[in-house]
Write a protein that binds this ligand. Sequence first.
Ligand code: NAD
Ligand SMILES: O=C(O)C(=O)C[C@@H](O)[C@H](O)[C@H](O)COP(=O)(O)O
Ligand code: ZN
Length: 366
Amino acid sequence: MAEVRVNLANHSYTIHIMAGIISQVGQLMKDMPLSRKALIVTDENVAPLYSGVLADSLAAAGFLPFVLVVPPGESSKSLATADKVFTQAISMGLDRKSPIIALGGGVIGDLSGFVAATYLRGVPFIQVPTTLLAQVDSSVGGKTAVNHPLGKNLIGAFYQPQLVVIDPLVLDTLPERELKAGLAEVVKYGVIADYDFFDYLIRHQEDILARRPDELIEVISRCCQIKAAVVAQDERETSLRMILNFGHTIGHAVEGVGGYSEYNHGEAVAIGMHGAALLSSSLHLCSTAASAAVKQLITGMGLPLTAPGYGTDELLGYLARDKKVVDSKVNWVLMQDVGRVTITQDVSEEHVRAVLSQLTENSNKH
Ligand SMILES: NC(=O)c1ccc[n+]([C@@H]2O[C@H](COP(=O)([O-])OP(=O)(O)OC[C@H]3O[C@@H](n4cnc5c(N)ncnc54)[C@H](O)[C@@H]3O)[C@@H](O)[C@H]2O)c1
Ligand SMILES: O=C(O)C(=O)C[C@@H](O)[C@H](O)[C@H](O)COP(=O)(O)O
Ligand SMILES: [Zn+2]
């Protein structure tokens, strides 16, 4: 079993990564100071596949699990769905030591983490991620949120899980499009922090897309290590943690303009990373070769580079509401090279518009 520790003083925790480990979640929870009633939150796609094995594992360890199923997709990351989870928690009498367990992708993790952070001012939270994206990114680090019609993740809290359990075998059932979405965040880690990992991704892209177990475990472990190291240094995103947002400034705007349905999060981040790479080279922060390498790996992972037909002004409206905006200035995460990024506000609207025009040209349509 691979283990990655997230070191955060009195709220440190361990990420456990192993094939088949979903049936051991109850055992891993047994020595934690938890009440017996437990709420598993999942979605309609994941429930028939994995809620049985998870609930059985909890029951075998002496817990009393209840499974709450919500509709799949980004629209469940809403205050309305959070309210349904609160109602379930209250009516089943969850107390301050009752765990809420997220079984699903990033939508379920962000939603149930937000509920765990706020129900009774905070109850124990456990992540059992079932998408590649959630296993390499959203289950780690404690960003929880729901969306607002005016922007992505605008209502939320930093709230760390007490345990993360990653079973790569559950990725067997993940649709192809969702696997690729997770690979966008994987590419991000190479760009922001690790040239060697980026190179590994280039060399192993076919094996990864074919879901070869060794490559998947390597990818998941490496991404969790990078994220854990960043979060341990800057849990609340005052500076360094912003690098985890590479590609998200434009990506979140693309998601918003598309009504959170046309492109999924990973696809939007892929488009956003392409935009950030173009912006970086146009500002001479990095070479055109470095920017081109990122573009090539995004394509190699089967991800989109552009959002044809999207309106530049509408995208700019979303950029103005980005969480990294301070005093009306966007903090851009831009490349200096593959494996090295910088944070800067020194980007003119003219440069941003030029890049957005490139990303949204109708001639990009196939
Ligand atoms: N908190 C963070 O740090 C963080 C990081 C990255 C992304 N996010 C958020 O995560 C969300 C995206 O997460 P996602 O890409 O996991 O999407 P998702 O949760 O919508 O899952 C994608 C789809 O896959 C299905 N699914 C999940 N696991 C499956 C499995 N094993 N087999 C078959 N189907 C399965 C789901 O039902 C859903 O239809 C976005 O809202 C994004 O903002 C948060
Ligand atoms: O953990 C982080 O920090 C990230 O930025 C990870 C991102 O992949 C993730 O999409 C996150 O939810 C974006 O956060 P936001 O603060 O820009 O909403
Ligand atoms: Zn993301």
